[in-house]
Design a protein around this ligand. Sequence first.
Ligand SMILES: [Zn+2]
Length: 440
Amino acid sequence: MQKPLHWFKHYPVVILLGLLVIVGLFATHALAAYQQITIKANVVNVRQGPGLSYDVMSQANKGETMNVIAQKNNWYQVRLSGDKIGWVASWLVNNTEVSATSNRVAKVTNSFANVRQSSTVDSQLLGRLNQGDAITVLYQQNGWSQIKYNSAVGWVRSDLINLSNQAPTTVQKTSDNQANSDTQNVAIKSVTTQLDNTKLRVGPNTAYQYTQTYPANTKLSYISKRGSWYQVKDTDGNSGYVASWVVTPSEKNEVVKTNATSLSEATIVLDAGHGGRDVGALSTQSKYEKNYTLATVEAVAKKLKAAGANVVLTRSNDTFVGLAPRPAVANQLKADAFISIHFDSSNEANEASGTTTYYYSKNKDIALAKAINNQTQALPLNNRGIEYGNYQVLRDNQRPSILLELGYINSDQDFKFISSPSYQTKVANAVYNGLTNYFK
Ligand SMILES: [Zn+2]
């Protein structure tokens, strides 16, 4: 039980005002999804707000885990059963290092769950899962979960499945093995923390003590890899181990090698720019870019599927998809190539024309950019060449990735091509030929 605070009784208004000022000084910041905490004290009070002055709404017992929604001062906002929200003191809990971006495992709780191509009930049915089936969840949005399905991706309604509260050890092992084989001939220079409160431990296991904690986006020098842990050093010279699933390795020194030796063996992620409420750029007649990126991606997908490639789309209809989940699809699937399709726009209408191939990483993207750009020379629009582009879909992409601007949508001349099925077919042929050469 809490000891009564006698001074509080005498100066409640002053103290509350003081607390409000203190609370106001620290902005609440949302944590990455799925960070979890485990109660380490025997019993912990869950309070209605982030401080001891708030009323107790329930109690949690030692060993219980909870999902963290936000952090304020030294308090965690957590989600309780029945969807209630409360606050617990951070010093009474352990922060478990659960992946924010890598796979989570889930089980189907409903008697069955339909797997669909996109996150709507009327989208194409890909198959059906049964109660108890274990699945890997890649991403969640608006009541839908994107899952791995038959070596591609699909969507199921989130209310039909139950996410595991545990770190997905089996899944991590699989991805570690893949990561190891991928990194055999690759040198990592540094790693960057994904979450606040990332712990530097004295050994490569959560059982070891930690000596430092870092906020998100802290860069640590890489020393070596031990299993699924990185040995690292911070800028103050402290060295120790961080879990590989809470950090992102730096740009690799060497080219990312694909295992595919032909297009038919490859997994290609095609990304139709924009969608839903994000309409993209406009033609002079106010036609939306999002519709032509999708039509072009559909033409490319058809051509690549006919060649036997495993083609995965980041969207297959007019739905809004944020920027982060697009490269995440390529990363999760360890795609052999990621191609994002857009149309350019100049400040003034009819000011510019032509196609551009963008890459972000010289090491992993440039060979793909060259292979595709060699073929987009055959398109009827002027080829503006290969350029560096700091786009999130490329920047967050660990796989070979490019972004194609296939004409200026606010050029009436370019728009005639952009909106014509015959140009879309020419683009499909160019991408097909480029990828065929790339995988040779
Ligand atoms: Zn665009």
